[in-house]
Design a protein around this ligand. Sequence first.
Ligand SMILES: [Cu+2]
Length: 118
Amino acid sequence: MRRSVFTGVLLVALGFGTAELGAETGNFTASAQQKAETAEVEIDNFSFGPAELTVPAGTTVTWINRDDIPHTVVSTDKVFKSKVLDTDEKFSFTFSKAGTYPYFCSIHPKMTGKIIVQ
Ligand SMILES: [Cu+2]
């Protein structure tokens, strides 16, 4: 008698575990279908890498400063503008419209890059 009660509890516990796992799998599939595209540009040695990046519309681009001096990411057409990024700091912008978005570092204007959104 004691044993069968124990087995019942164990089965219920297992059942809940399986249900939770199923729910998580469902969420994961749903978010994957939304296709939240992301891309990264690394800033290092006074340059943007890659200097020219092509992404689909809706992509969130994140710039990361891997240099040991501060940089900024400023759109030539004033579409976006980061604050001064210290080492390992990030700036993100979501490109919802197709177009070509040139940008530069306002501290070192010779540093330039371009995001092409399709
Ligand atoms: Cu710079």
